[in-house]
Design a protein around this ligand. Sequence first.
Ligand code: HEC
Ligand code: HEC
Length: 260
Amino acid sequence: MKRKDVRGPNVSAVWLMVATTAVVIGPAPEASSAQESPAYKNLQVLPQYISRAELSEIMLSNLSGLGLRRRANEGCLFCHSGSMDVPSSEWDWASDDNPMKLKERVMMAMVRDINGGYLLDLPDRDHPEAEVGCYTCHSGCTNPMPLEDLLMVEFESGGAASLVDVYRRLRARYYEADAYDFRVSTLVDVANRLVEMDSVEAAATVHELNIEYTDDVVAHGGLIQLRMVQARRRPASTRWSLGITSSKRSARRRRFDRCY
Ligand code: HEC
Ligand code: HEC
């Protein structure tokens, strides 16, 4: 095992996993007198003697990984406590009052263990070595949830109309971004799940929504098959009766998100 001790005085490159523009951020405490006393009050995962520049870089990569705003440190409030009504230099950065900060500690430790542990044991790595950062999973969104899951949550709380509405909204806003998987198979998967729940009309609505955005034969095929199933009045709850499987669902790269 070649585990790096990232808790030691030298900050491992493991932490500097996402390149961000170096921007000086205001709120850090006064520069520590070198290695004698820690500059920060409440670091439980990061090394005690981390420099201000390194801490800034990590905090900024949090922002970009999760798609939070940099301006006036507003995005920092996702995890920290403070208010936009007072200058960010007055915020209590060491406070653990914001529960998101506690979640984030778990994330930081996880990323450290992946990059500084598991990946070091990977034989024959690529050069340059790829590392995991917040963006790898979060794709610029705060809460990772694949689009299909998110749409099903919407369906369960607000029905087909709500599902369609959320899909349109996310598509308009994030189509060019990495955040969601808008390929044709996503809505086919959702429609198949709805059929499994015997929500056949909702499934048809979802196929129609898909067709509105794409000419892909898979989208058209999904609707045709569904209509055939309905016409034959077969129980529509068997996956094979749809013809189209959602084989891509588990295989493809998952897209995480919940950006709204
Ligand atoms: C996704 C959550 C998250 C975001 C966003 C975030 N931070 Fe943090 N921040 C943390 C966590 C977690 C810690 C504590 C790390 C530890 O325990 O080692 C921390 C610690 C700090 C500390 C050290 C405080 C101390 O004295 O202990 C400073 C300063 C800080 N962050 C500044 C910022 C700034 C500035 C921003 C915005 C540019 C920012 N953070 C954005 C989660 C976040
Ligand atoms: C290996 C994939 C992965 C990586 C890498 C990752 N996360 Fe996460 N993150 C998740 C998952 C999965 C959840 C759990 C969502 C749930 O079930 O509540 C999560 C949850 C979170 C949450 C809580 C969101 C909420 O609304 O409750 C925050 C904040 C977060 N991650 C920040 C980060 C930051 C910052 C980084 C980079 C240091 C990071 N994550 C790296 C997968 C990842």
